[in-house]
Design a protein around this ligand. Structure first.
Ligand SMILES: *Cc1c(COP(=O)(O)O)cnc(C)c1O
Ligand SMILES: [Zn+2]
Length: 393
């Protein structure tokens, strides 16, 4: 482990590797800081040793060449990083594996998290494995599949009225008052985002060192996007290459605080108090933690990328493309990345010869209510003639 401390992203004050959540001096986001000279490869840059790691064998996800979908979109090369194949069905297993490992190391018996459902299931699963008690706050609109999955692992789940931001601030308050380790997967906990970096380390390996031109990531607060960019920066330290990938952050039209700031040329993100989208995993309004959005925006700009928003109808269309073109079933938040790709191709934000990777963040089985399949499922007597009658129509 080459981590030497936590560092404020704004004023660069250093702190020890403790359970801290923001800079004392300026309230800036804290990040794990490493001594690169002692590491042999980027995979060593995690704030935990592999021996102490609580793992359900997350990561090492597939990278699929999407031949049919790329043809549909008129794109030369489209690769899909299948994060929905992680143990609990979303990429959140990566940050949570690191977070739960730190909780044990720090000696906490309880953890808390605000989540729109996927972080909830991850925290519950990894807590079960680590023997920790998990308390999860979810918005009352969270899909029943995600709530049941979280309960099934043995966590306590509390539904909170209003948008996700309410869960975020309540979990923060409870964590502080009752000294419970907070594993909310925004930029609050400085350790969790480190797990997201590994997506980039894996991509670098899977692509034999060739760097994608653009990487599409559906974003809430944005730690996954920032983690992936940081991960490529780390790869660059060990195996120098010229150009880092452009990062494309995708939001939903009904909750677009970061996209709106980007599209209006602002450098500071304002929160959205009333998010409205079917994509629950990215319905993150950022009320009370607007600085997270500002940080994500800054990284996107540094990468020469962009943040755009897409309509729910386009998200559902993209979900269907993945199902019918590629045989992949992802939840709306994940399909948003594909909808964003289609949109940005139309708007000439990227070139059709670009090498594109889209991160498919969560499994479709997690939100069945959003799947709108029209058409009956016929019921017939156990009889061949009846079957033929129906299928010869
Ligand atoms: C959490 C989540 C996101 C957004 O990731 P952030 O790191 O919070 O920006 C996207 N898709 C799914 C399915 C998620 O669960
Ligand atoms: Zn600071």
């Amino acid at each position: 482990m080459q981590a030497v401390g936590l560092r404020c992203i704004i004023c660069h004050t250093m702190y020890p590797l403790d359970p801290l959540y923001e800079c004392d001096k300026c309230h800036g986001i804290l990040e794990v800081y490493y001594d690169f000279s002692k590491a042999k490869d980027p995979f060593a840059l995690l704030p935990i040793t592999s021996k102490k790691r609580i793992s359900l064998d997350e990561g090492a996800t597939g990278l699929l060449l999407a031949k049919n979908l790329s043809k549909r979109l008129g794109l030369k090369t489209l690769l899909l990083k299948c994060e929905f194949t992680n143990p609990t069905g979303s990429f959140k297993d990566r940050p949570v594996s690191i977070g739960i490992s730190k909780a044990l190391e720090f000696g906490f018996q309880k953890v808390i998290a605000a989540s729109s459902g996927n972080g909830a299931a991850s925290v519950a699963a990894y807590s079960a494995c680590a023997g920790l008690e998990a308390i999860i706050l979810v918005p009352d609109t969270t899909p029943v599949e995600k709530v049941k999955q979280t309960l099934a692992y043995g966590a306590s789940v509390v539904r909170v009225t209003g948008p996700y931001s309410n869960c975020f601030s309540l979990a923060k308050e409870i964590g502080e008052k009752l000294n419970i380790f907070n594993l909310t997967t925004t930029f609050l906990n400085p350790y969790t985002v480190e797990g997201d970096k590994v997506v980039a380390h894996e991509l670098f390996k899977q692509l034999n060192g060739s760097i994608p031109d653009v990487i599409y990531v559906p974003i809430g607060a944005g730690p996954l996007l920032v983690g992936i960019y940081k991960g490529f920066q780390e790869c660059q330290q060990f195996h120098p290459f010229e150009k880092l990938p452009r990062m494309a952050g995708i939001q939903a039209e009904g909750n677009n605080p970061i996209a709106s700031a980007f599209l209006h040329g602002k450098s500071v993100v304002c929160s959205e108090p009333n998010p409205r989208t079917i994509a629950g995993g990215i319905a993150d309004g950022l009320v009370g933690y607007e600085k997270d959005g500002t940080y994500t925006l800054q990284i996107v700009k540094q990468s020469n990328g962009f943040v755009i928003d897409v309509a729910d109808s386009n998200i559902l269309e993209a979900q269907m493309w993945l199902l019918r073109d590629e045989g992949l079933f992802v939840e709306p938040s994940a399909a948003a990345g594909i909808a964003g790709l289609a949109r940005s191709l139309k708007d000439n934000r990227i070139h059709k010869d670009d090498n594109v990777v889209v991160i498919l963040t969560g499994h479709g089985l997690k939100d069945m209510g959003s799947v709108n399949i029209v058409g009956d499922v016929p019921l017939i007597q156990n009889n061949l003639d009846e079957f033929i009658k129906i299928f010869n129509k």
